[in-house]
Design a protein around this ligand. Structure first.
Ligand code: PLP
Length: 413
C-alpha cells in the first residue's frame, strides 16, 4: 500500500552548503556551546519535565522503501501540546532573571528563585508580549505565569478561537490584530516600545537577536533528547524538519552541525507552499519575505518572513528546502491516527507532520529520492512538533477527536 497520495512539491538543493566548514566559535555564540548546556540544565529541572517519546515507524519505513523512520512526538511536552513549550518559556525565564539580576545586583537568579516568589515585587511589574499563531504564545503565557510576570499576546485574524482560549488559560491577555502573522509581530513590537514592555518573540530581526536565540536554544533540548533515544544512538542519515520562521530548523541544524560536523545528517527543511519564506530565501541566496495571505492548515508554519538568526544558520547549514501542499499534511495526520499499519497510533497536529509528509513524498518520487540519497539503508528522524493543539481543526481533518484517537491507541496496545 502506498501510504500517501501523489501531490506536487518543490525541492531545492542548497549549493551554499560546504560540509567541510567547521561549526566555529562565531556560530557557537549564536547557538550551542555553553548556551545549550545552560538551557538543558535549566529546562530539565523544571517541574513536569519528561523526555517525550520517540516512536519507530517500521511499517511506514518499509512502505516507502527506507531503513527506519523515527518520529519525535512533542504532543505531550509539559502538557502544552508542542515543542514550543521549550522555547518561549525558557526565554521568559532568561529575560526575567537578567532583569532581576540587573535591578538587585544578585547573580545567577535561577528559575527556582523566580518560582519561589522572592522576586515577585520586581517581576510582577514586568510585562512580556509577543505575536503568535498559537503555540509560541501559549509557551510565553505559561512561562509568564510560572515565573510571575504579566503577559499580553497578539494573534492575527485567522488564529482559531480554540488556540486563543488555550493561551488565555494561562492568564494572559490575548489581543486580536488585523492582518497576518507578520503584522501581529510588528504590532507587538510597536506596543512594547510604547509601553516599556519586553518582546519575547520566536523570530529575530536586525537589532533584536538575543531573546529569539534563547527561544531556539530551548528547542535544542528536544534535538539532544531525540539523538539519545535512537536505538544504538545511531546518527540519522537524514532529518526532515518543518519551517515557519526557521527557528526550529536552525536549532536542529546548529545542534547537528556542532555535534557531528561534516558527518551530520542531511537536513531537509519543509514548508507549506503558501508560506515558503525559507525556500524562497534559499532560492534567492538572501533573506526573502513572501507576501499574501500565507494561508495553510499548517498554522504554525504560516510565516512570511524568516528569522534573521535562523536564516544565517540555515543559509550555510541546511542541505535542501522543499514545499508541500496542505493535502499531504492532512493525509499524514489521518495516517498516524489510523493505526492501519503496525506502527503506533499518534495524535499529530497540522504543523507536526510537515517533515514526515516531505519524507513520504520525496521517498516515493524516483527523482527526488535519488536527489536526496534516500535508500533502503537510510535512517530518518522527523519531529512531530505538536499534538492536537487545535482540537476542532484536528477533528475536522481526522474525523475523530484527539481523545478518541488516544483511546483507540491505548486499546490497541
Ligand atoms: C507545531 C509547530 N511546528 C513547527 C513550527 C515552526 O517553528 P519555527 O517558526 O521556529 O520555524 C511551529 C511554529 O510555531 C509550530 O507551532
Amino acid at each position: 500500500m502506498v501510504p500517501i497520495s501523489q501531490s506536487s512539491f518543490r525541492l531545492f538543493h542548497n549549493l551554499r552548503v560546504d560540509r567541510t566548514q567547521p561549526y566555529g566559535l562565531e556560530r557557537q555564540q549564536e547557538l550551542g556551546g555553553i548556551r545549550f548546556a545552560q538551557a538543558e540544565a535549566e529546562i530539565t529541572r523544571w517541574r513536569g519535565y519528561a523526555v517525550t517519546p520517540l516512536w519507530t515507524l517500521s511499517s511506514l519505513a518499509i512502505g516507502i522503501g527506507i531503513g527506519s523512520i523515527y518520529y519525535k512526538d512533542e504532543g505531550l511536552r509539559f502538557g502544552l501540546g508542542s515543542f514550543k513549550a521549550l522555547g518561549g518559556a525558557y526565554a521568559v525565564y532568561r529575560l526575567l532573571s537578567r532583569e532581576v539580576e540587573r535591578r538587585t545586583g544578585i547573580r545567577s537568579v535561577t528559575a527556582a528563585d523566580l518560582v519561589s516568589g522572592k522576586f515577585w515585587e520586581i517581576t510582577r511589574a514586568i510585562t512580556v508580549t509577543c505575536a503568535t499563531d498559537g503555540n509560541h504564545g501559549r509557551s510565553v503565557a505559561w512561562g509568564a505565569r510560572m515565573f510571575g510576570c504579566r503577559c499580553v499576546i497578539y494573534v492575527h485574524e485567522t488564529v482559531s478561537a480554540g488556540r486563543v482560549a488555550a493561551i488565555a488559560a494561562y492568564d494572559a491577555e490575548v489581543r486580536r490584530n488585523p492582518g497576518n502573522y507578520d503584522d501581529a509581530v510588528r504590532r507587538a513590537a510597536h506596543v512594547a516600545a510604547e509601553q516599556g514592555w519586553f518582546v519575547v518573540s520566536d523570530t529575530s530581526y536586525e537589532g533584536y537577536l538575543d531573546v529569539p536565540r534563547d527561544v531556539m536554544q530551548g528547542y535544542a533540548v528536544m534535538v539532544a533528547e531525540s539523538l539519545r533515544q535512537i536505538p544504538g544512538m545511531r546518527v540519522p542519515t537524514h532529518v526532515f524538519v518543518q519551517g515557519g520562521v526557521g527557528g526550529l530548523a536552525a536549532a536542529v541544524c546548529g545542534h547537528l552541525w556542532e555535534r557531528f560536523g561534516p558527518q551530520r545528517p542531511r537536513l531537509v527543511v519543509v514548508e507549506p507552499e503558501n508560506a515558503a519564506c525559507l525556500f524562497e530565501s534559499a532560492n534567492h541566496g538572501a533573506l526573502t519575505a513572501v507576501q499574501g495571505s500565507l494561508h495553510t492548515i499548517m498554522a504554525g508554519l504560516s510565516c512570511g518572513e524568516p528569522s534573521l538568526v535562523a536564516w544565517r544558520m540555515l543559509d550555510e547549514g541546511a542541505d535542501d528546502f522543499m514545499t508541500i501542499q496542505d493535502a499531504p499534511a492532512a493525509e499524514c495526520m489521518r495516517l498516524l491516527a489510523s493505526g492501519t499499519t503496525d506502527d503506533p497510533v499518534i495524535v499529530a497536529g497540522e504543523s507536526a507532520v510537515a517533515g514526515l509528509a516531505g519524507l513520504l513524498l520525496t521517498a516515493l518520487d524516483g527523482q527526488a529520492r535519488a536527489a536526496l540519497g534516500l535508500t533502503r539503508e537510510s535512517t530518518v528522524l522527523v519531529f512531530g512538533t505538536e499534538g492536537d493543539t487545535d482540537p476542532e481543526l484536528y477533528k475536522k481533518i481526522v474525523g475523530r477527536d484527539g481523545a478518541e484517537v488516544r483511546q483507540a491507541a491505548a486499546a490497541s496496545v
